[in-house]
Design a protein around this ligand. Structure first.
Ligand code: ATP
Ligand code: MG
Length: 396
């Protein structure tokens, strides 16, 4: 039985920066393909393969959810362009028909065009140039208002003659950019329920980093809903980050100890040092090479240069702060784009707002902090928090 080509379309992904990676290219590409395969599982069975900086996604059956797959592919890092293509019989007139019908709106609205052909099936009787000329000629006869311009066309009609079928496509949608998650190692990201840390997580994941989110919660000072909010944010991030297992660390006892034994103006700073220490331990357990925060210079008292110095003094892993020099409105713009903003502004408290000092130290000195901290049994508190942490997995 002949294939029903009207239903057989495919998706193509144009690879981004990976192509610059020289000899590492193969491993980047393999990472991308395995991320793509995992993301496609919910949408049906597909053949996924790559050649010439393009990943081809062909549905194996006719009941694949192509709209869902197309949307998911726009969130995969390592891809700069996503195109849906129509399949047709490997016959020059069938290719013309497909281009004429599938790209009708584009051909009617553009002023100039050209046809570009790739011929992977070398048994096809025409060369790429012959195919382009043939299809281009028929299209310009059919659409009288559009001119052929091979140098600077407004519209490029792509024709690909592949093993199974021929394909036509144009106008790729933008991809998510960046590098395939996991291609540049792993990092722990400190995830609160605020606006900033989901954005900093997204930005670092986009550089090809697999993330291990860590959240500190202070029940009953912070509510169950505050925790749910962070889980919801984690789930939203999986769209970009792939699989995420968040580590939820109880922080109540640490905060109470700080409240009881340290001067009020140091509460936040000392609490933040605990966050860093615990995050670093979790990083070691997961082979992570850095910590990521949503800190932003000058935004709050604990984010002055002096406070940041005190915060990072107790750990040796690099702390990545992708938002450090950004304006709030730019951060919000990204939060909206990636779909975390609405969840982030839900009005639940964070442990940072529990026992907030009325007059926090904005220019703390490390010697004073160490002195104040000596009232606490740091290692025991760290161990206790680590041993009662909980993990929640999000698969995609
Ligand atoms: P955000 O909007 O991300 O909550 P923020 O501007 O409110 O940030 P802070 O509350 O001072 O700033 O926190 C700075 C950073 O510390 C956060 O971006 C996050 O990376 C981390 N952090 C804060 N609270 C928590 C928490 N409860 N669990 C994990 N990380 C946290
Ligand atoms: Mg916060």
């Amino acid at each position: 039985m002949a294939a029903d080509y009207s239903k057989l379309d495919m998706i193509m992904l144009k690879q981004g920066e990976i192509v610059l990676k020289g000899q590492n290219r193969r491993s980047f590409e393999n990472k991308l393909i395995s991320n793509v395969r995992r993301r496609l599982k919910d949408f049906g069975e597909f053949d996924v393969y790559s050649t010439q900086s393009t990943v081809y996604i062909e549905p194996k059956t006719e009941n694949c959810d192509m709209d869902g797959a197309l949307d998911a592919m726009q969130h995969v890092f390592g891809v700069v362009g996503v195109t849906r293509a129509l399949a047709c019989e490997k016959d020059r007139d069938a290719i013309f028909e497909a281009a004429r019908n599938y790209l009708r709106d584009e051909l009617l609205s553009a002023k100039s065009f050209k046809v570009e052909t790739k011929r992977a099936d070398k048994t096809f009787p025409m060369s790429s140039i012959e195919i382009s000329k043939y299809i281009g000629g028929l299209l310009s006869d059919e659409f009288a208002d559009i001119e052929v311009d091979v140098h600077d066309p407004e519209l490029t009609v792509h024709v690909e003659v592949r093993e199974k079928a021929a394909y036509v496509h144009a106008n790729p949608l933008p991809g998510a950019g960046g590098m395939p998650v996991g291609s540049n190692g792993s990092a722990v990201t400190l995830l609160s329920g605020g606006i900033d840390s989901p954005v900093s997580s997204y930005m670092i994941a986009r550089r090809g980093i697999h993330l291990v989110p860590v959240h500190f919660f202070s029940f009953p000072y912070t509510s169950e809903q505050a925790k749910q909010k962070v889980l919801e944010l984690t789930e939203k991030l999986t769209e970009y980050c792939g699989r995420l297992t968040i580590e939820i660390v109880p922080f109540t006892h640490i905060q109470e100890e700080i409240r009881d034994k340290c001067p009020e103006e140091y509460f936040t700073l000392i609490m933040r040092r605990f966050m860093m220490r615990i995050s670093e331990r979790i990083a070691e357990m997961n082979g992570c090479r850095a910590l990521v925060t949503g800190e932003n210079l000058g935004q709050v008292a604990s984010q002055t240069m002096e406070a940041l110095r005190v915060t990072e003094e107790c750990v040796s892993l690099p702390i990545l702060r992708p938002l450090i020099g950004m304006d709030k409105r730019d951060i919000i713009e990204i939060a909206r784009k990636i779909g975390t903003f609405e969840t982030s502004i839900l009005p639940y408290e964070d442990c940072c707002t529990v026992f907030t000092p009325r007059h926090p130290r904005t220019k703390p000195r490390i010697e004073d902090v160490l002195e104040v901290e000596s009232a606490l049994d740091v290692e025991t508190l760290v161990q206790e928090a680590l041993s009662s942490r909980e993990q929640v997995r999000f698969n995609i």
